[in-house]
Every structure is written in C-alpha cells, then in structure tokens.
Design a protein around this ligand. Sequence first.
Ligand code: AMP
Length: 418
Amino acid sequence: MNFDQFSFDGRIASGIKSCGYETPTPIQQAAIPEVLKGRDVMGLAQTGTGKTAAFALPILQRLIDAEASKQGPARVLVLAPTRELALQIHENFVDLGRQTGIRCAAVFGGVGQNPQIKAVRRSAVVVACPGRLIDLLNQGVIKLDHVDTLVLDEADRMLDMGFLPDIKRIIKRLPEQRQNLLFSATMPNDIRKLADRILHQPATVQVANTAPAASVSHSFYPVPQHLKTKLLEVLLKTTNHESVLIFTRTKHKAKNLARKLDRGSHNATFLQGNMSQNQRQRALDGFRKGDFNVMVATDIAARGIDCDRITHVINFDIPDTPETYTHRIGRTGRAGRTGVALSFVTSEDKSMMRSIERIVGNRIERFTLEDFDYNQPVPGRNQPRPANARSRSGVGHRQRQGQGQKTSERGSRRGARR
Ligand code: AMP
C-alpha cells in the first residue's frame, strides 16, 4: 500500500516524498478517499496517528482540482485548540504543499495581529485557534465568506477548553455549503451533538486506540549507528529478561543480527519476509516455547507474533511511524503483565522520537550506560571521533560525559505536547 493509489497531483506527491512518508497510516488510508470525494468526515483518531496529513493532502488536491486561487480568499479553515497544534498543522500544510504554491496562514493569540491579518488575506488555507480568529472576525479585519471546507481538529480538546461558543460563532460566519471534517480522539456526548449539528451524512473513519498499553515502560537509548550492536550485547547481558523481541528496519539486518547474537551467548532466531512458511513456524514455535530467548524481526514478519513471554521489545532501529511503534511494543506487557520497550535512537531520529512521545503522551526518558564507551570510532576509521561530533543534534551529548545509567534531561519539551 503506498500513496500512488490516491493519484495525487505530482506536486503533492513530491511534498509527500520530501516529508519522507512512504506508506499511508491507517487513518490516512481510511480518510483520504472520503475527503477526496467531498464527503463530510467524522475522524476518530488522536494526534500522532498521521491525521493532519489525512486531511491536509486531500484538501490540497481539492484546491488544485477546483483551480482555486493559491493566495486567497481563504477557502479552507482549520480550527485547532492550541497555538502549538495550529503551528504544527500549518507546518504540515506548508511542507506537503510546498510545490503547489498554495499559501497557508496561522492565526493564534499572544502575538501581534497585523502580520496574521495580512497572511489571512493572501492565503487559501487558514489554520486558527478560535479565540484570536473570533477577535479578528469581530473587528471586521478578515472575512471567511469563501470558505468551503471546515476542519475541526482535536474537537474534544477544543470543547474541554470552553471553545464551543466561539466555534458556533465562527461557523455562523461561514457559507452554509461546505465540506466539514471533524477529528476527535474521543467521542463524548457533546462531540456527538456537535457532529450531528455540523456534519451531513458523514463517513466515519476510525483507527483503533493507538496509544500504547499503560503496562509498558518506554526508554530511549541514544547511540551512534555503528555502536548499536555493541550496546545491544551489553544490554542483553545486564538486563533481566525472559524473551526479547528485537526489531530492525531490514530483513538483511534481522538475519545478520540474530546470527551474531546466536554465535555469542544467546539463543537467537529471526523472522523476516524471505523465509518459507516452515522456517517461520519453526522460529515462532521455538520462540514461544523458550528454546530461543531472542528473536530479531522486521515489522511485516512480526505481524503474527503472539507470545506472552515477551518481557522486552527493543527497537534496534526506530520505526517509521508512531503506529508501528505502538504495534511493535504491543507485543509486550500483555495479559496483565508489565513490559519494557527500549529504543535505540541516533541523531537522525529526532522527529520520530517527538512523534512517539506524542503518542505515548509523555516525554520518554533517555538512558546511557555508565561503562559503555560511546566514543568508539567507526570501524575502519583511524581517527577517533571528534569530541563534539554529535553536539549539534542534541542527541548523545551526555553519554560522552560519562553519566550513569540515568535519565538525562535533554531534548525538546515539545515532544510531550499532550
Ligand atoms: P499527526 O498525527 O498528524 O500529528 O502526525 C504525527 C507524525 O507522523 C508527524 O510527525 C507526521 O509528520 C508523521 N506522519 C504523518 N503521516 C505519515 C506517514 N504516512 N508516514 C510517516 N510519517 C507520517
């Protein structure tokens, strides 16, 4: 399954590519076709599921199809509860639509209004927090009488924050003929009522609860790419585990890593797409029975793994989407037990780390090992790594200072947005 199925305009397709998206997330698969058809949509999904692109991509396509002016008047209004979310949605529209030339404005309180008024007047898409938007509407400095698409994002949170009266007032200022999209993580009664009022024969799209189980603890282990295997060997030696499931990005790595661990002090097997059904079954049975205490797998191959003994999931390579993270770590902490999820992260992984923190709902602690030499050179390179080699990334700073196996207060607070 890839994005080709939606036949997006080439300029949008290149936006998708430049954002690094390869496969549509479940909410994108479900919502994009409905939005493209022009239907109203009730989307039940939380932040971290890829829901912004689920509405931004088909909205951009519809603007192109309608040959709408890229510079306004505003045709699309997205309402969001917080400045952070508004900025993120704005950024997503800008990144995905960069090649299209479609302009997007962000409107929120706490900063001067004049630049925002100017931006609204020359943008086809407006992403706004209700408070500031109603201010501008009341002053008569902006108009929304060409809006034909309305998105209410994180609607449950907007209602919790007391925005319902503002939302109603804003909706009164919009043309009646519109496509309406409402996204919410939960469906309390007041959201149901709001949906009944504004949505017309909506398509309901829903992703299963994607928040990881509360019984699983999460941690990040910053490590340079070339030291991952060594770090893994130390961790496997020093942690008290029953069965460990390790995820790698490629089939090749899964096989090589399992073989390497098996040659060491572990009974390790692997599971990847190139194996025959018999080979898979043998690996799975052996892992379930405990003949192997370590299994290295790729995401696709791991779909069928159902084993209650798994105490640890280790992301040797960070997953491509937050859903995949949830899916991977859903293999542990089952049946009322607790589980541990460890993820190796490099300086390349910062954006996905933030997405994972968002879906988990908390900042995830970073751990470093006291006796591990994080400065070991890349094999084949004579020169030791310069002391500041990774300082720009913000990842891997404290390891070099020899912190113990402790949390280091590092990284962006923006990660824990919820
Ligand atoms: P959202 O739920 O819209 O806040 O998205 C969560 C994160 O997932 C953001 O960092 C997006 O850039 C990212 N994302 C959205 N769609 C995809 C996709 N199809 N593949 C990979 N990452 C994605």
